[in-house]
Design a protein. Structure first.
Lengths: 472, 92
């Protein structure tokens, strides 16, 4: 007999809501998360070092979610890293007390998203951090990214991070948005469907305008310079296809850069388990192919939240409920769940349009590969420049696996989660193929770095079985 | 970069820890990556590839740029809470 009816991977808004819903339907549920508390990245629990008395809206939402999960009866394995899985399903994790393997016939993967990065010369300097990382520093840790910060890349996180820096007393030297100003207007139709979120965005923009922050649309960072950290940032214009074009290239004094180009669904678990995927640019790229209940092509394997396609935190709980209902129905739950699921599915589709429009706004067009200089480090772990990857591509590398085999790109400790998308962009740029044709990297355990000592049992050399030598 | 980047709010009690021999303070429970970054100790290691300085980048356990050595074990500074007497060494 399995340990649980359902294991949920990820305790963000999608995963936690899925677990709560499944518990309410009587299922035995376990939830895994890498962080020390539920909430995911968006509702990440504040650092225990801070004793803030006036929590912000996101923190209140997170606190409510954490409280609900805690009383739901679902078992939360916090601080646990899932580093491998086998079909059927076994979830293989490492936690503070050592290794842990649990089994369940159903799995909801609510692994969220990682940030998409387009490398730029100097982005390895200390003080250049991800936009998503900046939100964690600001919201969970109460730390400014710098005194004078350039916020660059694409998508809604630009405005969020810049306005949070100002609200916290920092200075934003510039917002540098690769998308043309018209891009935001194109997304306005979907935004009108969510006046609440539109007001939120307008509030961020107002904060920037009040602080007289220069906003450069249709522009990108050319290079970041400094000795021990960020000192100057040079920016320049890009065309509608995000290709650098001639124009003024001002150099801005700054001590930090927050950089990111939207979010990529985290699909390593569904890839590892052999689910089918399809390419959906407006959802952030490769997403698992799912049915109406969010079940993948692998029976019992469900997805929810941004990992199923980037639609944002407000939509994520609906997908969690939908997946939980799907699991309950698969287990033959007696209640009338079909009509409930249909109602939630309709809400989920409506709500998701806004998030998908935002996600699409952040998505780099094919020309964006031209933003990467020949000398820029693409694979940070292995120290590989664009020029190195381009020569491998010129010599015939056509997939991420080819690049890995010939250059070690993506073979470092990050597992290609930082550089993979940029590497795929380079192959696309060199071959003229679209991103879809290049495919996805294969997922292999360990999905996360795991200390060997933590998973190998203690042994004595004397106890090792030594086979008898072969006869000469 | 000068000064402390922590946003003025209430913090738990201060604890001391060592980073490459230097005595620093942090608020108990703060992650090592946030504590070092906030105090301007942004370089956590030197790259094996170009000898350039490297520091925390993603703050969420993905990029592995903030890896340090604690008791001889490699660990991400962004997933390590600081406690009194923690001894941290940078790696290459």
């Amino acid at each position: 007999m399995s340990d649980y009816d359902l294991i949920v991977l990820g305790a963000g808004p999608a995963g936690a809501t899925a677990a709560i819903k499944a518990r309410s339907l009587g299922l035995r549920v376990a939830v895994f998360d890498e962080a020390s508390a539920a909430g995911g990245q968006v509702y990440r629990a504040p650092s225990p070092a801070r004793t803030t008395t006036q929590p912000e809206a996101d923190q209140r939402k997170g606190d409510a979610l954490r409280a609900k999960l805690a009383t739901s009866g679902a078992v939360l394995y916090a601080n646990h890293r899932v580093w491998s899985l086998t079909s059927g399903f076994s979830v293989i994790a490492i936690g503070p007390d050592g290794p842990l393997t649990l089994e369940a016939p159903n799995l909801i993967v609510a692994a969220g998203a990682v940030e998409r990065h387009i490398p730029v010369t100097g982005w390895t300097l200390p003080g250049v951090i991800g936009l998503a990382g900046a939100t964690i520093l600001l919201k969970a840790h109460g730390v400014l990214p710098g005194r004078r910060v350039v916020v660059a890349g694409s998508g809604p996180l630009l405005l969020l991070v810049a306005s949070k820096i100002i609200a916290a007393g920092g200075e934003v030297a510039a917002v540098v948005d690769a998308a043309p100003r018209a891009g935001w207007l194109a997304g306005a139709g979907a935004m009108l469907a969510r006046p609440d979120l539109m007001a939120k965005g307008a509030g961020w923009l107002l904060t920037l305008l009040k602080a007289r922050v220069p906003i450069h649309s249709g522009a990108a960072i050319r290079r970041v310079d400094g000795t021990d950290g960020v000192e100057t940032v040079t920016i320049g214009p890009v065309d509608r296809n995000w290709r650098p074009v001639d124009g003024t290239e001002p150099t801005i004094a700054a001590d930090a850069v927050c950089l990111g180009f939207g979010l990529l669904p985290s699909t390593e678990v569904t890839r590892l388990l052999g689910a089918e995927h399809r390419y959906e640019p407006e959802l952030g790229g490769w997403v698992p192919a799912v049915d109406a209940a969010l079940q993948t092509s692998v029976p019992g394997l469900f997805v929810a939240g941004d990992g199923a396609g980037v639609r944002g935190a407000d939509t994520a709980p609906l997908s969690g409920e939908l997946a939980a209902l799907g699991v309950a129905r698969r287990l033959g739950h007696a209640g009338d769940l079909a009509s409930q699921a249909a109602t939630i599915a309709a809400d989920w589709r409506r709500s998701g349009r806004f998030g998908a429009a935002m996600s699409g706004l952040a998505m780099p067009p094919p020309g964006a590969a031209a933003m990467i200089d020949a000398g820029a480090t693409v694979c940070r772990c292995e120290g590989l420049s664009r020029a190195t990857l381009d020569s491998a591509i010129a010599a015939g590398a056509r997939t991420l696996a080819d690049l890995k085999a010939t250059t070690r790109c993506g073979m470092g400790p990050c597992g290609g989660r930082v550089c993979g998308e940029a590497a795929a962009m380079l192959i696309a740029a060199a071959t003229g193929w679209d991103r879809q044709t290049i495919g996805q990297p294969s997922a292999r355990p360990p999905l996360r770095p795991v200390p060997l000592a933590a998973i190998a049992a203690a042994f004595d050399y004397d106890e090792l079985p030594i086979p008898a030598p072969a006869p000469l | 970069m000068d000064g402390d980047l922590r946003i003025g709010s209430a913090w738990t009690r201060k604890v001391s820890f060592r980073f490459d021999g230097e005595m620093l303070t942090a608020s108990e429970g703060e992650t090592l990556a946030a504590a070092l970054y906030a105090q301007g100790r942004r370089t956590l290691r030197t790259s094996r590839d170009d000898d350039g300085p490297r520091g925390a980048f993603c703050f969420m356990g993905v990029c592995q740029e903030c890896v340090v050595s604690i008791d001889g074990r490699l660990t991400e500074a962004c997933r390590t809470p600081v406690h009194e007497g923690l001894v941290v060494e940078s790696v290459r």
